[in-house]
Each structure stands twice: as structure tokens, then as C-alpha cells.
Design a protein around this ligand. Structure first.
Ligand SMILES: [Zn+2]
Length: 373
């Protein structure tokens, strides 16, 4: 889902576009130019139909962008950080960072997107009435309007991660005050809707609609996957509630980075059970970390000549937290591909590391004994 290129910035928001969109835009252009437009308006040249098709596809991308920009700008108005908007195979994705302050704000941010799509839809359909459906322009705006109405309705299906799911979340959160319950319900609804779409897609397939069926089923599958990820994330968040960083870390001392690999293995690896070591330099400063896998890269000769630091990774990209900081925040912090999710530093001195393994151990522990003990 990585965007392959950046289109530019609108109001400071980076707009990315995935190559899959180009394929879809091409298909839409073709279907307009070879089917919809010639069927509605006869007697034009192929070039005219093609230009019409391109305009229609661009119009659709523009209206999806408007929908996502709505989310992004409304989010920013309420203090959320907007990283970027990516257009991809199934529409748009506005990446918002930060905590939603209230259910009201969540409803506003979620609702604005479908509202914009509906607005474009009404304007388009109205435009078609005025221009008439025997003109190219009339057919194009009418088509664009209808597609936007479909977009709005689809996005209002009440299951996460669709906008309708966010509205459902905001509604339950506002009514009960329980965020985690709201998330569980919205993501369950998202899975139900996803499985439903997969079922409809299969039915379409059996009835002979291969492309449409595959499309619907794939959208269903994407929804199910996204809803599951959200449910897992939420379960982790609620499990970590009340836990601080020092409760989820692996306590860890510092190991000398100047020892040759062979000596390091004999002195430290043999006597411990850990697979990751924080390193310290001669100057008493933390110099990085090394894993057993890194050390295994040393060949026979290097084991006797190379210092451990030759195989170490920098700590520069690793987020630093204080022992008393909330553990749930560690997950929301941006993560590099480093095995260390966070370095716990007390009074300038590293005291431990939070890894995926230490986090899931802490979750299991909290489940068994409660967060307090
Ligand atoms: Zn939306």
C-alpha cells in the first residue's frame, strides 16, 4: 500500500498516489470511452469519447481527493496531525495522527467525507438534469454524481474502518463513555460487513459476474483485515491501560562494545538468556544495540578480531521513554523496523528496552494478575 509517488501538497498535506490508481483510472477511462459515453451520446469521434473518459476518470479521482481532504482538514482543525493522503486501489486514505479529543470531534471528522461525496453527488445529478443526458458534459457530470452517491453510501456502512464505522464508534463512545467497547463493536460490525461483501462477491461470481464479483469480494476481504487489525490494536491498548513503561520493559544493563565477538559471546551471551544487548562505549555512553542474529554474522576470523560494535545498530531511530510513561503511548509512537520499540531511560541512563516480546509478555501478565500487581 506504499504510495509510489507524491503528487504535491494541498494546504500542507502531502498527496500521494499509488500505482494501482493508475490502473483503475485507465479502466474507468476505457469503460467511459467505449461503453457509457457512446451509448448515451451517439455520433462523436473516438477521440472525443476518449477525452471524455479521461475527464471523467480525473473528475472521480478529484472527488475522492476532496472527500479525503475533508477528513484531513477537519481533523487538523481539531488538533489532529495530518501526515498525508494516499489515493489507492479502493479510494483514499487520510492518515491522521494523534488522539481524538471527543466523540463529537470523531463524528465531525468521519462525517465530513461522506457529506462532501453526497454534495458532489447531488450537484452532479442536478447538473445532468440541467445539461441534459444527450450531451457529453451532461452524461459525465451525471455519471460522476451517481458514482459519488454510491461512494457516500458505501462509506456510510456502519463498520470500521469505513466512515460509517467511525460514526458508529463516536455514537457508542458518546453514549457510554467507553472507548474500547465502542472500538470492539465498530470493528465487529466492520468484520460482519466485510464477510457480507465477500459473500455477495462470491454470489456474483457464481452468477457469472467475474470482474464485479472479484472486486466486491476483494473489498470485503480488505475490510475484514482492516477491522481485525483495529480490534487487535484496541485489545492491546486496553490491556496496556494503566501500565507504565518500566512495567513492560525488559530490564537491561549495558554491555561493553569494544570486546571482540568471541570474548563477548563467552562472557555475556553464554551466561544470559537475552537475545538483544544494549552496548556502551569506552566513554560510558550508550553506543547502540546488537542481537544474537547480528553476532552470528561474524565468521571464524572476525569472531577473534572484530569488536562487537562492528555488528551493532544505532539507537538514534529508537524512541526514548521515561520509566513512568504510559505504555500504551509506546505503541502509538512511530516505529522504525528496529526490534526495540522503545528505550527506557531513567536519569540519562538506559535501564531497559521494550520489545514486541516484552510487550506481549506484559499483556499476558496483566490479563492473568490484573494491571495493578
Ligand atoms: Zn471517508
Amino acid at each position: 500500500m506504499r504510495s509510489t509517488f507524491t503528487l504535491g501538497r494541498i494546504g500542507g498535506v502531502k498527496i500521494g498516489i499509488s500505482w494501482t490508481v493508475l490502473v483503475i483510472a485507465g479502466l474507468i477511462t476505457l469503460s467511459l470511452a467505449s461503453g457509457i459515453l457512446p451509448n448515451a451520446v451517439e455520433g462523436r469521434s473516438n477521440a472525443e469519447y476518449l477525452i471524455g473518459g479521461v475527464i471523467g476518470a480525473l473528475g472521480l479521482l478529484g472527488s475522492i481527493l476532496a472527500h479525503e481532504l475533508g477528513h484531513a482538514l477537519m481533523g487538523r482543525r481539531h488538533g489532529l496531525e495530518v501526515e498525508s493522503i494516499t489515493l489507492w486501489l479502493f479510494g483514499g486514505l487520510a492518515q491522521l495522527e494523534g488522539e481524538l479529543p471527543s466523540a463529537r470531534v470523531e463524528a465531525k471528522v468521519a462525517g465530513i467525507g461522506p457529506a462532501i461525496s453526497l454534495f458532489v453527488g447531488v450537484v452532479g445529478v442536478g447538473g445532468a438534469f440541467i445539461l441534459g443526458t444527450s450531451t457529453m458534459a451532461g452524461v459525465l457530470v451525471g455519471w460522476l454524481g451517481l458514482v459519488n452517491v454510491v461512494l457516500a453510501v458505501f462509506n456510510l456502512l456502519p463498520g470500521a474502518p469505513l466512515d460509517g464505522g467511525r460514526l458508529l464508534h463516536a455514537f457508542i463512545w458518546g453514549r457510554t463513555g467507553d472507548r474500547h467497547k465502542a472500538t470492539r463493536t465498530a470493528s465487529t460490525a466492520g468484520r460482519v460487513i466485510g464477510y457480507g461483501l465477500m459473500g455477495i462477491g462470491l454470489l456474483e461470481l457464481m452468477l457469472g459476474g467475474v470482474v464485479g464479483g472479484l472486486w466486491t469480494a476483494t473489498i470485503g476481504w480488505v475490510l475484514v483485515t482492516a477491522a481485525q487489525t483495529e480490534a487487535r490494536h484496541s485489545a492491546t491498548q486496553s490491556g496496556l491501560a494503566g501500565l507504565t513503561a518500566d512495567r513492560v520493559m525488559d530490564p537491561m544493563g549495558l554491555f561493553p562494545d569494544w570486546l571482540v565477538v568471541d570474548e563477548f559471546v563467552r562472557r555475556h551471551v553464554q551466561s544470559t538468556r537475552q537475545s538483544l544487548f544494549l552496548l556502551v562505549g569506552f566513554d560510558d555512553r550508550p553506543s547502540g544495540y546488537v542481537t544474537l542474529k547480528d553476532l552470528a554474522r561474524a565468521n571464524e576470523d572476525d569472531r577473534l578480531t572484530q569488536p562487537v560494535r562492528a555488528y551493532a545498530h544505532s539507537l538514534a531511530e529508537v524512541p526514548v521513554v521515561a520509566p513512568g510513561e504510559a505504555a500504551a503511548g509506546i505503541l502509538t509512537a512511530r516505529q522504525a523496523i528496529s526490534p526495540i520499540l522503545a528505550l527506557v531511560v531513567d536519569a540519562g541512563q538506559p535501564v531497559g528496552v521494550v520489545t514486541r516480546a516484552s510487550l506481549s509478555a506484559a499483556l499476558e501478565r496483566a490479563r492473568l494478575v490484573g494491571p495493578r500487581s
